[in-house]
Design a protein around this ligand. Structure first.
Ligand code: ADP
Ligand code: MG
Length: 706
């Protein structure tokens, strides 16, 4: 269907390009449909005959939707998706016509070669064998763009020897681990009906829009996705007039197209609004299964970028496009839901339910406290280093907000061993085994907490706006599975279940009390307090990476076969290398901009000022202003030139430092420090050099003239 005749009715267009359950029911023979469902729901192997029938149906459906190609859509360790397109054409007949084919084998497995993706040494390029395997738990879809229609089949990407080379494989493993341990736990509490438990995720996506013409005038935006120079405009976000403000026409029409495109792809884009910073916006879909949600977030990012271009704009997904202006994140809302619709993070209706809820809650506190650094690591990327710990972003210290009422319940448990009363004032039986009845927390949400309980879900707010949400969810699922497993180990052995539960809740609440913090996470006092409590504070990505190979992490992921030690080693290698590479690109971009355009512009302006001074003098006049500006420009340009030379030197030196952790540390401590030293004089120069001479659009031009 072409752009022009898309029906406007949401219900009609929603999911129209998705090979979803309804389509499968309609197009597949009953027996085949049942087989496939068993594979999707129970993880049963798909037999080749079934795959053959599904492939044929999927191909015909896709061709009807206008697809000419198919692709195994996968998520290598670059953090974004990758694909290689194959046309459905299989052979040309004698009469010159062609046969369109797509076999079960092609659906299930592909060998994209793709030997250049990072593997951290797991796979040498010469063996070049990476396989993609169909993930039938995330539906296939047809994507329409300039390349035409393409049937995208979500897949996992593994090496020949079975190591995961992507984000999806470990994600699926972590989902399975959580399923298993949660089922074990709820069975102990008497649940006999739920067959499966899945994490549910809804990720709010923040982004900036800038005018494409202006974007193209800035090398830093082109090469690095964010600005490396730039003085603050006279007006920033101080008035908060942009936040939830009326959406401008151009942006509104962009949003309309984004929504339509996402709806067609079955992504339930739900809310949209302007964010705190000028030029900043947010899109949130309705939450769904973790695995699907991770894929959908990738689609959201792709669609935002593509549609922005069509509207003459560029979508910046970087965590900190503009210094001094609010950065962008991704709030990862996470809960655990059974196949029969019970959200296990929903405080219950009865005291009995609340016992289970408190057991789950305190197990999660234990999980987060034990692996706080790993959770922080899962949100680390180069861009997020510009954001985390800055005063408008979550701190780099992980803590959990539980709300006033729950904190009160926990502290009663800790101090008296029993909680007899909830803040709401509902008095409970004071028996040793009873826990308080309480209602959903009505207190204000704490916007400064990196990990907040918001009624019936946890909201992890550290994640960067450009990152895949796979990693944070792998960590969340795994650490919680581990805590549940330990809880079950204890409870399964208990003689008196009720007493054991009560004691365990109390001991978890006591042992992990330090992770709970309801105050202002942006304050300096909190940093000090967190240090006293012994909580980790890992300000940079380089500090965080080493958590990946700590014994606790290796044990955690090993226990559930999510990552082997070798996979963790290789992932940490890749991250150190990424850090150094990205730093190098940023440094080279600054060097390029400073040497080729900014310093020459400053010198030209200085010359013009000098000419003015001389000609005034010739006329017997003297301009104090011209002289002063000349002196200031000359001296700042000298400073800039000196800093530029230092930056060139350290960027060159960094390449001689051994790759990996060492080079990453050098890049952070030397190269990045020199980058800041170069930026300082140049941002000041921007404020005094003639605007017509400044070689690129300013922050004001970019932020207020979209
Ligand atoms: P906020 O106030 O932070 O904007 P919302 O209530 O609007 O929070 O929800 C934000 C996101 O959280 C949405 O994507 C929503 O679908 C998702 N969400 C809501 N409930 C759950 C849940 N139980 N589990 C996971 N995600 C959820
Ligand atoms: Mg939120």
């Amino acid at each position: 269907m072409t752009e022009d005749n898309i029906p406007s009715d949401v219900a009609q267009i929603f999911g129209q390009d998705v090979f979803n359950d309804t389509v499968m029911q309609r197009l597949l023979p009953k027996r085949v449909y049942k087989e496939l469902r068993r594979t999707i729901d129970e993880g049963k192997d798909l037999d080749p005959m079934t795959a053959e029938v599904v492939a044929e149906a999927m191909k015909n459906w896709a061709i009807e939707k206008g697809a000419t190609h198919y692709t195994h859509w996968f998520q290598p360790l670059t953090g974004i998706t990758a694909e290689k397109h194959d046309a459905f054409i299989s052979s040309v007949r004698q009469d010159g016509t062609t046969l369109l084919e797509f076999s079960g084998k092609e659906l299930i497995k592909s060998e994209p070669d793709a030997s250049s993706f990072p593997s951290g040494g797991i796979r040498s390029t010469f063996e070049a064998r990476g396989y993609t395997a169909w993930d039938c738990t995330s539906p296939a879809f047809v994507r329409h763009d300039a390349a035409g229609g393409i049937l995208c089949i979500p897949t996992a990407f593994c090496s020949y020897t079975g190591e995961a080379l992507d984000m999806k494989t470990p994600l699926l493993r972590s989902i399975e681990a959580l399923n298993k341990e949660t089922l074990r736990l709820i069975r102990l509490f008497g649940n006999k009906t739920s067959k499966k438990v899945l994490p549910s995720v809804g990720a709010e996506q923040e982004y900036f829009l800038v005018d494409r013409e202006k974007f193209l005038k800035r090398k830093d935006l082109i090469y690095t996705g964010h600005t490396l120079f730039g003085a603050m405009p006279p007006k920033g976000q101080e008035l908060d007039d942009q936040y939830f403000g009326a959406i401008r026409e151009r942006v509104a029409s962009f949003m309309k197209d984004v929504n339509r495109e996402l709806w067609r792809l079955g992504v339930s884009a739900k809310t949209q609004h302007n964010e705190v910073a000028p030029g900043q916006h947010e899109l949130a879909p309705i939450f769904t299964d973790c695995n699907v949600s991770v894929d959908q977030n990738q689609l959201i990012m792709e669609v935002l970028k593509k549609v922005a271009e069509r509207h003459g704009m560029t979508c910046l997904l970087h965590e900190k496009p503009f210094k001094g202006v609010n950065g962008s994140g991704k709030h990862n809302n996470w809960s655990i839901v059974t196949d029969d619709g019970i959200n296990l993070l929903e405080p219950g209706e009865t005291p009995h339910d609340n016992i289970q809820f408190l057991m789950i809650l305190t197990s999660i506190l234990k999980a987060v406290d034990t692996h706080a650094d790993l959770l922080r690591e899962s949100a680390a990327n180069v861009g997020n280093d510009y954001r985390l710990g800055a005063n408008e972003a979550p701190p780099a210290i992980v803590s959990v907000f539980v709300g006033e009422q729950l904190e009160d319940v926990l502290s009663q448990l800790i101090s008296t061993g029993m909680a007899t009363q909830s803040k709401q004032g509902e008095i409970m039986d004071t028996g040793v085994r009873t826990l308080p009845e309480f209602m959903k927390d009505a207190t204000d949400r704490n916007r400064t907490s990196p990990f907040a309980f918001t009624g019936n879900k946890f909201e992890f707010r550290m994640v960067g706006s450009s990152a895949s949400i796979a990693e944070p969810n792998i960590v969340l699922n795994s650490i919680v599975a581990e805590a549940f497993a330990e809880t079950c180990d204890k409870l399964e052995k208990a003689e008196d279940f009720d007493i054991a539960v009560h004691d365990l809740i109390k001991s978890y609440a006591t042992d992990h009390q330090r992770i709970v913090f309801n105050g202002n996470g942006y304050s300096k006092e909190w940093e000090e307090e967190a240090r006293k409590r012994g909580l980790g504070n890992l300000p940079t990505m380089v500090d965080a990476i080493s958590c990946l190979v700590r014994p606790e992490t290796i044990r955690l992921f090993g226990k559930f076969n999510i990552f082997t030690e070798q996979e963790l080693q290789s992932r940490s290698e890749i991250k150190y290398e990424d850090y150094a590479k990205e730093t190098n690109i940023e440094a080279r971009t600054m060097i390029d901009m400073a040497s080729k355009s900014i310093i020459p512009a400053c010198l030209a302006y200085a010359k013009e000022l000098a000419d003015t001074v001389i000609s005034l003098k010739g006329a017997g006049l003297r301009s104090k202003a011209a002289l002063e500006i000349l002196e200031e420009v000359s001296s700042l340009t000298d400073t800039a030139k000196f800093a530029l030379d230092q930056l060139i030197k350290s960027a060159d030196e960094s390449l001689a430092v051994p790759q990996g952790k060492e080079r990453a540390i050098f890049s952070r401590d030397k190269v990045r420090t020199n980058m800041e030293l170069l930026r300082l004089p140049i941002d000041r120069l921007e404020m005094i050099v003639d605007k017509d001479r400044w070689p690129m659009p300013s922050y004001g031009d970019l932020l207020f003239e979209v």
